[in-house]
Design a binder for this molecule. Sequence first.
Ligand code: PLP
Length: 399
Amino acid sequence: MAFKPANHIQDLQYFGEFGGVNPSISDSSTYTFLSAKTMFDTFEGNADGCYLYSRHSSPSNLYLGEALAAMEGTETATVTASGMGAITPVLLQLCDSGEHIVSSRTIYGGTYAFLKNFTPRLGIDTTFVDITKIDAVEAAITPKTKVLYCESVSNPLLEVADIKALSELAKKYNLQLVVDNTFSPLSISPVKLGADVVVHSLTKFINGSSDTVGGVVCGTQELIDQLRNVNDGAAMLLGSTMDSLRSASVLKNLRTLHIRMQQHSQNAMYLAERFQNDGLKTVYPGLDSHPSHKLYKSMMNEKYGFGGMMTIDVGTLDKANALMELMQERNLGYLAVSLGFYKTLFSAPGSSTSSEIPEDEQEAMGLSDGLIRFSIGLDADIERTYSMMRDCMVELEIL
Ligand code: PLP
C-alpha cells in the first residue's frame, strides 16, 4: 500500500488541557515532581510521561516531534532549534573521534562547512563524493566509516540521491544512512526507501512562513534516547533545543504542508516547463531532461509532485543579479536565501548559500556563476507570474 504521510499527520489527535482543539503550549522551563524518587527516575530516563527540564523535552516539543515522526514513518523524533541544530548533534552522536563519514559533495553549504572544517577538529573526517555514482560512494567507504550522508534532493544543484541503492550499501557495510529531506517533505519518504535517520530544516517548507528557524531528527527510539541522554547525548549537551512556543506554531503550520507542497510543485512544474521551452538551461526534477527524473518518480509520493525548487542558468553572475533585482522590483518574489515561503525566493547560490564551498570545488560540482536558485511560491496566478518573469528576461536580453 502507498505510504500516506499527510494522513499520518492528520490522524494524530491531541487536545488542549481544557479541550482546546490545539494542544496547550507548555510555558515552563522546569517541572515539579510529587516525589523525589520520580525526579530521580526521570533523570535516569525511566519515568515515561514525566518532564524534567525543557532542554531535555517538553510537551509541546514532543507533540511536534510525534507529528514529524508520523510524517517520516519513524518511531520517534526530536525537534531542535535549527536545521543545523539537528544535523550537527546527530552526526556527532553517530561518529566517534577516529571515525569517518562519506557525504554527498552537493549539500547545503553549512553542512559542508561543518564536515569539511569543523568535525576534523574532533578527529572525524569526511570524504565527499558524487552521490549519484554509487560505485564512487562504495569506493569511498573505509573500515572507519560510520555514516553515509546525503540530501534527498540536493541544495542547490537538485541532484537526486538513490536512497534505495544507498541504503543497500549502508546495510552491506553496517553504516547509518542519514538523509536531509528539507527540499522534499511529503514528496519523498526516505525511511520507507531504507534510510535510517531523516533530518529536516523546519525553517523551510515545513514551517513555510519564514518566521522561524527549526529542525528535527527523525529516527529510532534508541537513537533519539541517545541524543537526549543527560550524560552523553549530543542534542541534550550541545543544547540546540527548540522553544515550546515555536514548536506549537510550527505544528500548526505543519497541518497545511500537504496543500502547500502541491501548490509549490504545481507552480514550479509550470514555470520549469516554460523556461525550458524558452531555451533556458533549467533544472527541475519534474522535467524529463533532469538526469534523475525517472529515479525521483520511482521514489516519490506522487500527489506532492517534484517540489518547489528549481534552478536556471543565465550565464553570468551579473546577469543573474540584474534579473533577481528586476524581479524583486516588480514584486515577483524576494532576493533572499532560504526556501518554502509563500512568495518566490531567489538567490545566486555560488555567492550566497554555497559560498562556504571553495570556487574550484563549486566548479567541479557544476555550480556555475550564472545559476539562480528559485524556491517557487504559492502564487495563485502562475500564468501571470510566468509572463512577467519572461518580460524581465527579455528586457535584460537573457531571452
Ligand atoms: N539543510 C538544508 C538542505 C538547507 O537548505 C539548510 C538551510 O539552508 C539547512 C539544512 C540548515 O537549516 P537551518 O538554517 O534551519 O539551520
